[in-house]
Design a protein around this ligand. Structure first.
Ligand SMILES: [Zn+2]
Length: 84
């Protein structure tokens, strides 16, 4: 018998024992199954609904009625938005 065979035999014995244990032991009464709670990831959503994906430079990001996006820089001084 090689060492690997020994290891495998030990592992199989352990596995069998574990199977037997779990089969014999009924569900533990004081161990309620905790439902998987979704982590609160969506809590800190940034309030900027108009945020555009970062393209290297900050854009105004204002959208006109046609669905186009203002291409001026963010916080531009010009009163009008520019859609191009
Ligand atoms: Zn703009």
């Amino acid at each position: 018998m090689s060492k690997m065979d020994n290891l495998r035999a030990m592992r199989e014995a352990k596995y069998a024992a574990a199977q037997k244990r779990s089969a014999e032991a009924p569900a533990r009464p004081k161990a309620p199954v905790a439902p998987p709670v979704a982590p609160p990831v969506a809590q800190a959503a940034p309030p900027s609904a108009e945020a555009e994906p970062a393209t290297g430079e900050e854009l105004c990001g204002h959208r006109n009625m046609g669905g186009r996006t203002c291409t001026r820089e963010r916080g531009h001084a010009a009163k009008s938005h520019r859609y191009s």
